[in-house]
Design a protein around this ligand. Sequence first.
Ligand code: ZN
Length: 139
Amino acid sequence: MNPKRVEHIGIAVRNLEKSLNFYQNVLGLEFLKQEIVESQGVKIAFLKVGESKIELLEPLNADSTIAKFIEKNGEGIHHFAVLVDSIEDKVRVMQAQGAKMIGDKPSEGADGMKIIFVHPKTTNGVLLELCEPLAKEEK
Ligand code: ZN
């Protein structure tokens, strides 16, 4: 029921290729994959850091929440995500304790995950993502 680990840290970037150069070639993280999530207006690259990942998010258009984030705050850490067994159960338990979610139910995110965001009002100002693999392959 409780989160198992930090699944990834999401970083908003203006240019995925340029950012990948640093994280992949300079820092030396292993590149996993790149994908486009049209519904969220983002192009995403995943890099591996041990059991966790770095998620680089580049906006596809000006309406993307990532575009708005960068406009307001500049590039930087956008959210972090923890892995849970059952997102619905976890949301129910958290809401019962007063936690506020963004949106009323989980949606399909990148990387084959079911996701929901917890409102920063609940989390001391940090955007927190809960995620659960759609296909169960993790222990
Ligand atoms: Zn994420």
